[in-house]
Design a protein. Structure first.
Length: 256
């Protein structure tokens, strides 16, 4: 599933899916576009195949678009990518799907790498499972490194649109209270360009953190303070992992 609005970089995202070693006929791309116009959607359709779906209509932001994608997707495993993301390696989808061969596994968390506009990694975000302990340690789950069966959304619920900047944080707190089996992968399978809406400017950062604090408080009370104290140290370590090559990213590169 790919939420999009007037972001022509989505073509590179689609190309990274088309290049996967996993059989393309077994992958369904669902693009939920916020009404970018005919010329944009016509260009995007040129890179899709018969089983893919492109919906273009007004929405209420990225999480509303993702919710629509969840409702429309027909796959046995659901995965969300940003319109400026791409897979970090040719076997990313195959790696996810290998985990789901175990019928007990309901979701898989992979690591991602934030990059600059030239796809050079600037921050290494390792995989974390949505657990209470990780919450206490300031660790968060990367939404764009998360794959799951539809059952996860049925039982946990979709993204709460009242959290317009942090609905994924709230979702993973809800998931942390569910007894659903998950797997953590050591590999970084997704490249994600920095500069999303939640970190676009200081106002958005404050707004997003305020929403996260309220959500954390509603689930775990004053323990949310522990999360926010630990969180900056976790982020610093993620930057240092890239800059000092303590944990280098060595995935197979995609063709440009």
């Amino acid at each position: 599933m790919i939420p999009s609005f007037r972001d022509i970089r989505i073509i590179e995202t689609i190309q990274s899916i088309n290049q996967q070693s996993y059989p393309r006929e077994r992958i369904e791309i669902v693009i939920v576009d916020g009404g970018s116009g005919r010329s944009f959607t016509d260009e995007v359709r040129r890179h899709l195949v018969a089983q893919d779906l492109l919906v273009s209509e007004p929405d209420h932001g990225i999480f509303d678009a993702i919710n629509k994608g969840i409702s429309r997707a027909s796959g046995a495993v659901l995965f969300t990518m940003g319109s400026d993301d791409k897979f970090a390696c040719l076997d990313a989808v195959a790696t996810f799907m290998e985990c789901f061969k175990n019928p007990a596994v309901q979701y898989v968390c992979a690591g991602i790498a934030y990059t600059n506009q030239d796809w050079r990694p600037i921050r290494d975000w390792p995989a974390n499972l949505p657990t209470f302990m990780n919450f206490m340690l300031g660790r968060q789950v990367s939404h764009f490194g998360f794959a799951c069966r539809p059952r996860v959304y049925r039982e946990t619920g979709h993204f709460d649109l009242s959290h317009d900047f942090s609905a994924d944080f709230d979702f993973f707190l809800r998931l942390s209270k569910r007894k659903l089996a998950g797997v953590k992968l050591a590999r970084r399978l997704v490249l994600m360009k920095s500069g999303g809406i939640s970190s676009k400017n200081l106002r958005n950062v404050r707004h997003g953190n305020a929403q996260m604090f309220r959500s954390g408080f509603s689930h775990y009370g004053m323990l949310v303070i522990v999360h926010f104290v630990a969180k900056p140290f976790v982020k610093v370590l993620q930057f240092l992992r890239v800059k000092t090559a303590l944990h280098p990213i060595r995935n197979q590169a995609l063709p440009r």
